[in-house]
Design a protein around this ligand. Structure first.
Ligand SMILES: Cc1ncc(COP(=O)(O)O)c(C=O)c1O
Length: 398
């Protein structure tokens, strides 16, 4: 049997589950019908797909139209399922779309949803601006809530959305407790798992119904493609997500699907380097006189370290620092003095990035008090010593 031909977005028993993730991702999506004999799948740019006979026009599961996916999408889904350890995967054109489709799939007018207070800003904006227009009420909860989320559940609660860790403030939620509480009342639980790249955290194994990944970040790793994915082990949940994205007329383009798959092949190795360099830099910053605190759950001193240790097997290269109090002009002077960290809103790529977080922080369930300017760093694949030297010279501009 061709490597990787036994699974993917179509379910089925895993015969290779014991192999390491790096091995499985290298071999996924390489069935000859997807690659035509190459190592990589074809980039199948297609709107029209012609079928051999009239009986195949309405064949369930067949490739019948570009918007529903082609060979390139199929190969990508198989690799993404190996990363996340999921049975099913639905592709989306962006990570944000993958975050919002579960709401559209499971919330109905008059229903209620629970959303972590620290979620990615545009996810929150969708809930506040769009979902509310359709008569869905949202309650934001503090990330430390754990099993206490039971107290916020209503009869109409249809969905619980968590991002762990929060991608600017890095709080880890008690995922198993939240998933179990949601399941007990029949609400769908969704985890935005982007920080871990899908490699170091397995929400489906912790009881979540859906794990969302912005492939745009670590999975792609190239900072040149947009894509998202929704993973589930539940056939009915998967069917509902798949139908919803089809009803929205949405899919990722084949060129982006190809770029994400090419990045995914080296994801496990890149994550090791992001983790190692990120921790080295975080520790160095923790000891710097200009820095009050480092928000990185893999640091022993972090308040979320115990939860991270219990539920994660590693860390990515994304974390924040709280600087000692300084006026905005000095914070800008520090950011502008950086030479190797570019200023940009994304993360997970080969290039290091920095942003000032304070203007974007929005909380309603609690107030984060960091006591100084919050800066997020995405540690890329450059040499850690060079990045430390860059931070050192820029911090002197404070
Ligand atoms: C945690 C998280 N989820 C989702 C997204 C959205 O991903 P995309 O930019 O692909 O829409 C982002 C983007 O920054 C993110 O940080």
């Amino acid at each position: 049997m061709a490597a990787g031909s036994d699974k993917g977005g179509k379910g089925g028993k895993r015969t290779t589950a014991k192999r390491d993730i790096a091995t499985r991702v290298s071999h996924a999506g390489r069935d000859r019908k997807l690659t035509l004999g190459g190592v990589n799948p074809v980039v199948q740019r297609a709107s029209t797909v012609v079928v051999e006979s009239a009986s195949k026009l309405f064949e369930p599961g067949g490739w019948t139209y570009g918007r529903h996916g082609t060979a390139t999408h199929e190969a990508l889904k198989q690799a993404l399922c190996e990363i996340e350890g999921s049975t099913h995967c639905v592709l989306a054109p962006s990570g944000l779309m993958a975050c919002i489709v579960p709401f559209l799939a499971f919330a109905t007018p008059g229903s209620h949803v629970l959303v972590g207070d620290n979620v990615y800003g545009p996810t929150r904006r969708f809930v506040d601006r769009m979902l509310s227009r359709w008569g869905v009420e949202a309650t934001y909860f503090d990330h430390t809530i754990g099993a206490g989320i039971a107290g916020l559940m209503r009869q109409q609660t249809k969905l619980v959305f968590v991002e762990s860790p929060g991608s600017m403030t890095f709080e880890i939620a008690d995922a198993p407790a939240i998933a179990a509480t949601a399941r007990a009342v029949g609400a769908i639980s969704v985890m935005d798992n982007t920080w871990s790249g899908g490699v170091y955290h397995k929400p489906l194994q912790l009881g979540f119904d859906i794990s969302v990944q912005a492939n745009t970040k670590y999975v792609s790793g190239g900072a040149d493609a947009l894509s998202g994915a929704m993973h589930s082990d539940d056939d009915k949940v998967y069917a509902q997500l798949k139908d919803t994205i089809a009803d929205l007329g949405s899919n990722v383009g084949p060129d982006d699907a190809y770029a994400v798959l090419r990045g995914a092949r080296s994801l496990a190795l890149r994550m090791e380097q992001h983790e190692k360099a990120g921790l080295e830099i975080a520790r160095w910053l923790d000891a710097h006189t200009a820095v009050q605190r480092v928000l990185h759950p893999a640091l022993e001193s972090d308040p979320f370290h115990a939860l991270w240790k219990r539920d994660f097997t590693g860390a990515s290269g994304l974390f924040s620092i709280v600087l000692k109090k300084a006026p905005t002009e000095r914070v800008h002077a520090f950011l502008d003095a950086l030479e190797l960290f570019s200023l940009g809103f994304s993360y997970g790529g080969f290039e290091s990035l920095a942003i000032h977080c304070d203007p974007q922080l929005k909380r309603t369930a609690g107030k984060p008090h960091f006591g100084g300017p919050l800066i997020r760093l995405s540690v890329g694949l450059e040499n850690a010593g060079d990045l430390i030297a860059d931070l050192d010279q820029a911090l002197s501009a404070l």
